[in-house]
Design a protein. Structure first.
Length: 320
């Protein structure tokens, strides 16, 4: 079976040839124009980026679930030890009761004179209470152990389901990428729309923000890679995460999560290093001053240095 890229190219060639040989045909049968293909690419790019950020969110959830499972697994060890200790005590109680029978308690009551009867009764009560406490501990520990084990199983099942969903999302992203690359190549040729590293002057910005901005400038021209955070390729939140990691700050690998992890500021308060969010927090960029941002746009394009107004921002964040 022909490769999808080959089939797509054949379709583009056929449509173009048809348009040329049927110049008298109506516009409805003409081959798609470059602007129409670009619109389709832009729409597919946004959809793909949405899926990519959902993928990143699932990875964060899976990581949290794994940590929860490890915590539960660790908590089973002391519960198991307590269970073993309580079991041993109950077995001792059972053995003693079998060996002594009813005479064990009776011996306590009939031995000695009446002057010490109250004392002997108190000793018997103490023994009974101690035995009951061991039995209660055994019952409680067994229930606790079972509850924790069940909770661990639920968490592990949840993690397995998330892993399956991650695999399915990954396959969809890979298929979308192939189609998007085909569309872009048909429209623009073999080269990507934007390429080349930054050759201009990098602004001298003090502090940790300066380190983040300098890092971002040095990534310009590197390709987009879904779920990637460098060093060779990036998605949008992977780039901002890596930039601030270079400055010693930790951000989650997801645009919406980065919005939650940063302090809200206004556009008038923007400073280099701040984050700019777009499309309801589905896309994020780092502000580098002069009305410009650096971002990883989408599949088939490189990390860019461009205007902050690539689209209307929906929010701004300062790394804490």
């Amino acid at each position: 079976m022909p490769h999808p890229r080959t089939r797509f190219r054949a379709l583009v060639v056929a449509l173009t040839a048809f348009a040329i040989t049927t110049s008298g045909a109506t516009a409805a049968h003409a081959a798609p124009s470059a602007s129409e293909i670009k619109k389709k690419i832009d729409a597919a790019s946004e959809k793909l980026e949405d899926v990519t950020e959902q993928y990143n969110k699932l990875r964060l959830d899976a990581k949290a679930t794994k940590a929860e499972a490890a915590k539960l697994e660790s908590s089973l060890k002391p519960a198991q030890a307590a269970l073993a200790e309580a079991t041993a005590k109950v077995q001792t109680i059972a053995t003693t009761t079998y060996m002594q029978g009813r005479t064990g308690a009776m011996t306590v009551l009939v031995s000695g004179d009446s002057a010490t009867l109250l004392e002997r009764l108190a000793v018997l009560d103490q023994i009974t209470r101690s035995n009951q406490q061991d039995i209660d501990t055994f019952t409680q520990t067994t229930a606790t152990f079972a509850d924790r084990k069940a909770a661990l199983k639920v968490t592990q099942d949840k993690q397995a389901a998330q892993a399956t969903e991650l695999i399915n999302r990954k396959k969809k992203i890979e298929n979308d990428l192939e189609k998007l690359y085909d569309m872009r190549e048909a429209a623009y040729g073999s080269a990507t729309e934007d390429s080349g590293s930054y050759t201009g002057e990098i602004p001298d910005i003090p502090g940790s923000a300066g380190k983040a901005v300098t890092f971002a400038f040095n990534q310009i021209g590197k390709p987009y890679g879904y779920g990637d955070a460098g060093p060779g390729s990036y998605d949008c939140s992977g780039l901002t995460m890596a930039a601030w990691a270079a400055a010693g700050k930790s951000l989650p690998h997801n645009a919406a999560a980065q919005y939650s992890a940063t302090a809200r500021i206004s556009r008038s308060d923007l400073q280099p290093g701040d984050l700019v969010f777009y499309r309801s927090n589905a896309h994020v960029a780092i502000y580098v001053g002069g009305g410009k941002i650096i971002d990883a746009p989408t599949a088939g394009r490189d990390v860019l240095h461009r205007t902050i107004d690539i689209m209307t921002p929906n929010g701004y964040g300062r790394v804490k």
